[in-house]
Design a protein around this ligand. Structure first.
Ligand code: GTP
Ligand code: MG
Length: 190
């Protein structure tokens, strides 16, 4: 898959005609601050297409990026951001839940991003189980591998793979641009 063009289309908070336009959707989900927006930017080779921040909780809408005029990358708010207010957390969780589990939109793939230097957390496991129940096509991106010590790399990735079972785990670094080809190939088969 060669990404030739990418543009932000809109951020939505509720059902929207655009999600019914028949174009495939590839969604990115994960804990707050793991680098969902950064991974999208690395795939499209633009620094600031999706807004990123060192402060968690930045993405607050279902943001749609149209790629090659044929499919959408969907940037979602993160989960598990403990420092935000309860009401803000619930609002974001509701939005993600609606998009992934209640709406009838069928994502071509759901990419779960984790911080490889931290590993799989309980809320990641919960998310994987819920996506499995809905029979979503899941891929795991282990982002921020640049932060792992060389001596710990093998063990950390093995541990992640064991805990996610049969799902494909792609070692990734949005910062160092590692894993881009592998992720695109996993999702699109080319
Ligand atoms: P929310 O929208 O708040 O849920 O966050 P997000 O998951 O979209 O994370 P975002 O892309 O905004 O990145 C969060 C922080 O992690 C930023 O400071 C990024 O620069 C940093 N970051 C993202 N990817 C990498 C990576 O591969 N390596 C390193 N070292 N830092 C990264
Ligand atoms: Mg984000």
């Amino acid at each position: 898959m060669n990404i030739k063009s990418a543009k932000f289309v809109k951020g939505i908070l509720a059902p929207d005609y655009i999600l019914d336009d028949g174009k495939p959707q590839v969604a990115f989900i994960g804990r707050s601050n793991v680098g969902k927006s950064s991974v999208i930017n690395s795939l499209v080779q633009q620094k600031n297409l999706a807004r990123t921040s060192s402060y968690p909780g930045l993405t607050q809408e279902v943001n749609l990026f149209l790629i090659n005029n044929v499919f959408y990358l969907v940037d979602l708010p993160g989960y598990g951001f403990v420092e935000s207010s309860k009401s803000a957390r619930e609002r974001l969780a509701k939005l993600v839940h609606w998009y992934l589990f209640e709406s009838l939109y069928k994502q071509q793939a759901v990419v779960i991003i984790i911080d490889a230097s931290i590993g799989l957390m309980e809320n990641d496991v919960d998310m994987i189980l819920k996506l499995e129940k809905k029979e979503k096509n899941i891929f795991i991106v282990a982002n921020k591998v640049d932060k792992i010590k060389k001596s710990e790399y093998k063990m950390k990735l093995q541990d992640i793979q064991e805990r996610v079972g049969h799902h494909v785990v792609i070692p990734f670094s949005a910062k160092k641009r590692i894993g881009i080809k592998e992720l695109l190939r996993a999702i699109f088969g080319k």
